[in-house]
Design a binder for this molecule. Structure first.
Ligand code: FNR
Length: 382
């Protein structure tokens, strides 16, 4: 019932806010520093002008596409998010199961709170990708690559924008940590959400489950010093060689870096500012799609360009495609669905995106994803 009343991802967001303790909400919804990039991401989508070709009208457009050469029901990938079980105790397993049901790829984070094996078991027939935070200790990274292979993950996504974790002021003020710092605010937040607290307490303990039990990597707050902080294109090439399958590089914000990744062997790049959670005042990724897609096409006939940070509507997906992206990633939209209704809430998020995309394509006059071109999308000056 709760879900049926949600007509948009904005509705889900509004309801989600009331479902979790305030510190969890701030962690998920917030951005780094002054949150300029967080706001800029949405402002970029507000600049989108969709230009219909009326006599191309189509009653039943198709959102089907291929991503990394394999079929997907729509050009949408579920982005990696750490600590997904904070949003809802069913966590990563529920999200992966929903993605599999919807025919969309799901990316499991290195900082996932469910193991690669459990997520694979929960999503039979799904397309799962594994997001890699490369560690200084390459034996740890090799172990992640081995897990991904063993459990049938289809691609590795190397995130390169996290030299250090962006500072989220609200998280500092909230004492956001695992276990939570018991400030007046966090205690009040927990007291207001007894259902959330008892669900978390009665399921398995929160830890980074892609690392072995007892490993120093499994604990909160260890990450900056343990992660590789000087990544280079050669690292992408090295991991690609070790893995042997598709490699996606996430967190690119310049034409030069996108080209360097593709030249190093990346099969795709994700234009992303991490949802406004890393470098504040970084560009809105949507505004880089056209120049990056053009430059990548000059050096590779097959490499794909994806974009994330701020997608909240199927019309946003259509806009990204028109500018030259192959697909978008969504992060918070599915976490909001998860907060509201567990796996069914994620189903709702994905169904909304696809239905909105269809409606937009119908009105725009584009029968399939390939027919969405630069002629249909313009970024207005303001
Ligand atoms: C993230 N993101 C992220 N990215 C990544 O590569 N590894 C990670 O562990 C995480 N963790 C994470 C946690 C939370 C709570 C959020 C909201 C985001 C970034 C994520 O993959 C994606 O780039 C953004 O979420 C996209 O922006 P939207 O869709 O949230 O606006």
């Amino acid at each position: 019932r709760r879900l049926a009343r949600c007509l948009s991802i904005d509705d889900l967001e509004e309801r989600a806010r009331r479902r979790v303790p305030a510190a969890v909400w701030d962690y998920v919804a917030g951005g780094s520093e002054a949150e300029v990039s967080l706001a800029r991401n949405r402002a970029a989508y507000d600049r989108v002008e969709l230009r219909p070709t009326t006599f191309g009208q189509v009653p039943e457009p198709s959102t089907a596409t291929t991503i990394l050469g394999r079929p997907a029901a729509a050009p949408v990938v579920l982005a990696p998010t750490g600590y997904t079980r904070l949003s809802h105790h069913t966590g990563e397993r529920a999200v992966a199961a929903s993605a599999a049901g919807a025919g969309l790829p799901y990316t499991l984070s290195t900082y996932a709170t469910a193991s690669a094996a459990d997520v694979a078991d929960a999503s039979p027939g799904g397309r799962n990708w594994f997001q890699l935070y490369v560690m200084k200790d390459r034996a740890v990274t090799a172990e992640h690559v081995a897990q991904a292979r063993e459990h049938g993950y289809e691609a590795l996504m190397i995130t390169v924008d996290t030299t250090v974790t962006g500072l989220k002021r609200k998280d500092v003020r909230n004492g956001f940590a695992i276990p939570p710092a018991l400030t007046a605010r966090t205690l009040a937040g927990l007291a207001r959400h007894p259902g959330w607290v008892s669900n978390i307490l009665t399921t398995e303990p929160l830890r980074f489950a892609t690392f072995p039990e007892g490993s120093p990597y499994g604990r909160w707050g260890m990450s900056n010093e343990l992660r590789e902080q000087t990544l280079r294109p050669a690292d992408v090439a090295g991991i690609k060689e070790q893995w042997g399958g598709p490699v996606v590089v996430k967190g690119i914000l310049s034409v030069g870096d996108a080209v360097a990744c593709v030249e190093a062997g990346a099969d795709a790049v994700v234009l992303s500012n991490h949802g406004g959670r890393q470098l504040d005042r970084s560009p809105a990724p949507l505004e880089l799609v056209a120049p990056v897609a053009e430059a990548v096409a000059k050096v590779s006939g097959t490499a794909e360009v994806y974009v994330d940070s701020g997608v909240r509507h199927g019309g946003d997906v259509v806009a990204a495609l028109g500018l030259g992206a192959r697909a978008v990633l969504v992060g918070r939209p599915y976490l909001y669905g998860l907060m509201v209704g567990g796996q069914r809430g994620v189903d709702k998020t994905l169904a909304l995106l696809v239905a909105e995309m269809r409606r937009t394509m119908c009105l725009l006059g584009t029968p399939d994803v390939d027919s969405i071109t630069g002629e249909h999308v313009r970024l207005r000056d303001s």
